[in-house]
Ligand binder design. Structure first.
Ligand code: 8YV
Length: 313
């Protein structure tokens, strides 16, 4: 029997590529010398796309694949997949929630610690031999800090839970008040920003949250306030963020995500009040293996006619 054919948009780790190649005839979009020609050739047969959070799948691509029934995303964020186009066509979409929650939440806390305890500066102080000349300046304790979580979904809730253990006072903004938590609720990021010393952004990306952390919100956070982002670069007005960081109008930023990754605005490189990560919150061996497994499990379920494990659409 012919193996089912799957279009893979970008490379996965070798431990995912091997089992995929055993079960399916894989077509490598990113390696094609003429991707449009590849798509045209495989269009009569391809029923599934395997993609990632940043590569997604466009409406135009879906339109070229009349047999397409499933898009499996390696990542929880599906903002790069045109969900409306998928819904119109009855194309199912899966993602990889839960398996990455702990690592992404850990990164949120690590960025906050990095900023307030000035971990990169301490590292430099030791490494550059400044210690012999004197101690590094004192830093900020997490204990007692008022931290606002923007978006109390799975990841936001896991960050809040961790920060409680650090002795922070937690508040959050979300469209509605959550029945299962006692943290103080604010209906908007702006209302939240005025009441806290840090904002941790844990929203889904996409049109609905684009630049929701705007100039007004950042000004409400103020020159002592810090912002951490482990969601999508699109959720913060990055030009404004940069301008305010440069002017000392915002205390600092801990960023795992940016506009235009990986070719980010190099103005970030010269700032002292930032801690930067290369979109790596889920980037541990354990989590990435679990994400790959979940992509394969969703593909296998769909081709076997079983219910999808983690459907989005
Ligand atoms: C991944 C992510 O880095 O889950 C997400 O939405 O952004 C990350 O976990 C990405 O999807 C891998 O390409």
């Amino acid at each position: 029997m012919n193996q089912p054919e799957v279009l893979l948009m970008g490379p996965y780790p070798s431990w995912d590529m091997q089992p995929l190649a055993q079960s399916y005839q894989m077509h490598h979009y990113w390696e094609a010398s003429d991707p449009a020609q590849l798509v045209a050739e495989i269009a009569p047969r391809v029923q599934a796309i395997a993609t990632s959070g940043h590569l997604g799948a466009s409406r135009a691509l879906m339109e070229q694949l009349p047999e397409l029934k499933l898009i499996a995303c390696y990542g929880v964020g599906v903002d790069a997949i045109d969900l409306e186009a998928a819904r119109e066509r009855g194309i199912r979409v899966t993602n990889t929630p839960d398996v990455l929650t702990d690592d992404v939440a850990d990164m949120g806390v690590a960025l906050l610690l990095g900023l307030w305890r000035r971990i990169p500066q301490g590292d430099q102080h030791v490494r550059l031999g400044h210690w012999k000349a004197g101690p590094m300046p004192l830093t900020q304790s997490l204990r007692g800090k008022r931290v606002g979580i923007v978006g109390l979904g799975r990841i936001g809730a896991a960050i809040a839970h961790r920060l409680e253990a650090f002795g922070c006072q937690i508040a959050y903004s979300a469209r509605g008040k959550k029945a299962d938590v006692t943290y103080r609720w604010y209906p908007t990021p702006l209302a939240l920003a005025g009441e806290v010393e840090a904002l941790v952004v844990a929203l889904a990306g996409g049109a609905g949250t684009r630049r929701i952390i705007n100039e007004e919100v950042l000004r409400a956070l103020g020159p002592q306030g810090v912002v951490v982002n482990v969601s999508r670069g699109s959720t913060i007005d990055e030009p404004v963020l940069l301008k305010m960081l440069q002017a000392g109008e915002l205390g600092g930023a801990g960023l795992d995500v940016f506009d235009n990754e990986p070719n980010i605005n190099e103005a970030f490189f010269t700032l002292e009040n930032v801690v930067l990560q290369p979109h790596h919150a889920s980037g541990t061996h354990q989590t990435r293996r679990a994400m790959g497994q979940l992509v394969r499990d969703n593909l296998a379920a769909w081709f076997a006619g079983r219910p999808l494990l983690t459907p989005v659409v």
